[in-house]
Design a protein around this ligand. Structure first.
Ligand code: ADP
Length: 401
């Protein structure tokens, strides 16, 4: 039986890919095509510990997928036997509650959800169509960032605005990072059968950042909303604020609402406050050498993350686990300790030595032995989950209808 999936995460100017089986082993091949749409587009392949970079001569998504196909054809010794393609899709709206084998209806559904993700979903559709054209014999599966949160109850997903806006336009909280949260829930349950029935607060802290309350494996609340702008302060996104500010910014700067929104999405967050960088590691280096503004940005980031964790915790009867994941969550002892300190009132305790010395990229418990709430670092693996869903659906015989 063919055992690998070609996992594709297609953005507007980049395409990340991996050839992954359903096990926890590292991908057979992975890489990224960047600067698509410009004549400087390149693609990197990481195989057997070696990274190679090539220029792309066809500068678009098709060029990237063709280069992946050519690499596979040129390397029979790699033993790649693809069962299908697995595509990350940011927005599945209310249409997709789980991953789906892609047919015309599914593609149309993804296109319809593009109103809420105008940059992402059209790029995903492009990637899917190119992969279908070049790997025509393979079935393809869509895995949605939103679907894990479709378990939220109406009282949690509705915004307190006129109901007609939900009825007529589906304006509601959707939540994102669902593939990451589902992986974490699955991983936690695999550590101990009891953990799968318990409650967890999860902080996915990367350039984009969100939190999720997970009750016995299901999402009951999350911080991102109709778009990934709501909730935590992020690398360049403001997170939640008084919506009136949007009109004030537009008026004061003489710009459109859309331009004001761009400021909240692209110029705010860690970058906006520090005026140095959106990158947590860069800010930690600056803070360590006494830069007050970097310190302020990091303090605000941690404070807002803790507030959002406490907020989603109101949907749980108890908390058994607090989990950190994402580039910052997995690698920053400073941010983890600042967040945990602010969650002391919930009973969260940290083993400071374990927090400081946790080896990078590994699953680790960082709470004191016997603590009521276990605090964990669990490295996320969205590609693996996409590969698992793809292989499961295809091997179960699901076909495009
Ligand atoms: P994305 O949302 O783009 O997937 P990632 O999950 O890759 O983001 O996280 C990127 C963030 O992780 C950046 O802010 C980066 O500085 C931060 N990060 C990575 N390694 C470290 C580290 N050792 N210490 C602090 N922050 C780190």
């Amino acid at each position: 039986m063919k055992q690998q999936a070609l996992v594709i995460n297609c953005g507007s100017s980049s395409l990340k890919f991996a050839i992954q089986d359903a096990s926890e082993s590292a991908p057979l091949l992975e890489g990224i095509a960047e600067r698509l749409g410009s004549e400087h587009s390149t693609i990197t392949f990481k195989y057997a510990g070696t990274k190679t970079e090539q220029r792309l001569y066809e500068h678009d998504h098709r060029g990237a997928v063709s280069a992946i196909k050519a690499w596979i054809d040129d390397h029979p010794e790699a033993g790649i036997q693809l069962a299908g393609g697995g595509h990350r899709v940011v927005h599945g709206g209310e249409t997709f509650h789980q991953s789906a084998v892609i047919d015309e209806d599914v593609l149309e559904g993804i296109e319809q959800c593009a109103i809420f993700a105008p940059l992402h979903n059209p790029a995903h559709v492009k990637g899917i169509k190119e992969a279908q054209a070049l790997f025509g014999e393979l079935p393809h599966v869509a895995v949605f960032d939103t679907s894990f949160h479709q378990t939220l109850t109406q009282d949690q997903y509705l915004y307190p605005i006129p109901m007609r806006l939900y009825r007529n336009h589906h304006f509601r909280k959707y939540g994102f990072h669902g593939t990451s949260y589902r992986y974490i829930a699955q991983k936690l349950a695999s550590l101990d059968a009891n953990y799968g029935t318990q409650n967890a607060l999860v902080a996915h802290l990367g350039n984009g950042a969100s939190v999720c309350a997970i009750k016995a494996g299901s999402s009951v609340d999350t911080s991102m909303g109709i778009t990934p702008l709501e909730g935590l302060m992020m690398g360049t996104r403001s997170g939640s604020l008084d919506p009136s500010l949007l009109a004030f910014i537009a008026d004061a700067e003489g710009i459109s609402m859309k331009q004001a929104l761009d400021i909240l999405n692209k110029e705010s967050g860690l970058k906006g406050i520090s005026e140095i960088s959106n990158d947590c590691r860069t800010l930690e280096t600056a803070q360590a050498t006494g830069d007050d503004r970097a310190d302020l940005a990091l303090t605000m980031f941690a404070s807002r993350a803790a507030k959002q964790l406490a907020s989603v915790a109101t949907n749980l009867d108890s908390i058994e686990h607090v989990i950190f994941t994402g580039g910052i969550g997995e690698n920053s002892p400073l941010i983890r300790s600042r967040i945990c300190k602010r969650l002391t009132m919930l009973g969260v305790e940290l083993d400071h030595n374990a927090n400081q010395t946790a080896p990078r990229g590994e699953l680790n418990a960082i709470s004191p032995t016997g603590a009521r709430i276990k605090v964990w670092i669990i490295p996320t693996n969205e590609e693996l989950l996409i590969a698992q869903d793809t292989l499961e659906l295809i091997n179960a015989g699901h076909k495009p209808s």
